[in-house]
Design a protein around this ligand. Structure first.
Ligand code: IMP
Ligand code: MG
Length: 181
């Protein structure tokens, strides 16, 4: 087994589980109509899987969909351009839709996805973002259900990657830079 000493824990498994349960309860209490949960791939895949099960425990019966968008390529800086790599298959007409994503940063990805789903006739489109990095917002969009406010670091784990690595980590961590405590 290879060690991962360079990754520091930011939010551990227990802290994540508490927030995922709280988000599921908040969603269920809003009593969504014909709920469709859309995981924005790839980064949200673990969050979406845990959220689906937490929604079940909270008494909701969501259908799950998968929207693969790309805006970053292999780098760590957004190109600003959003492409649909794989669209959802379900009809969203008249449904309450929740877009699930790992990080809301510039907001371009989720603004694009939200507009696309709204145009197809969804009753509502809301956002559940595991992490909110509010300092970098370029598009007009907020998270309706948020896991954590994220410090201004490049984070990995729990589905999130750096150059395709580290998605498998069960916690959210970051690679310390010079000057980090
Ligand atoms: P934006 O809100 O359109 O800028 O895009 C946010 C997306 O960029 C997220 O869904 C992630 O896929 C990616 N991203 C932004 N910050 C990070 C980070 O710190 N680690 C890993 N991916 C990130
Ligand atoms: Mg993403």
């Amino acid at each position: 087994m290879t060690g991962i000493p360079e990754i520091r824990v930011l939010f551990d498994e227990e802290a994540i589980a508490v927030r995922v349960d709280a988000i599921a309860k908040a969603i269920s209490q809003d009593n969504p109509h014909d709920l469709l949960v859309v995981a924005v791939l790839k980064g949200s895949f673990i969050f979406a899987a845990d959220l689906a099960r937490a929604l079940h425990r909270a008494g909701s019966a969501p259908e799950m969909e998968f929207l693969h968008l790309s805006s970053y390529g292999r780098g760590t800086v957004s190109s600003g351009e959003v492409k649909v790599l794989r669209d959802i298959e379900s009809d969203v007409t008249g449904r309450d839709v929740i877009l699930v994503d790992d990080i809301l940063e510039s907001g371009r990805t989720l603004r694009f996805a939200s507009d696309m789903i709204a145009k197809r006739g969804a009753k509502s489109v809301r956002v559940a973002a595991l992490l909110d990095k509010p300092g970098h917002r370029m598009a007009d969009i907020q998270s309706d259900y948020t896991g954590f406010e994220c410090p201004d670091k490049f984070v990995v784990g729990y589905g999130m990657d750096m150059g395709h690595a580290w998605r498998q980590l069960p916690f959210i961590g970051y690679v310390p830079q010079e000057g980090d405590a």
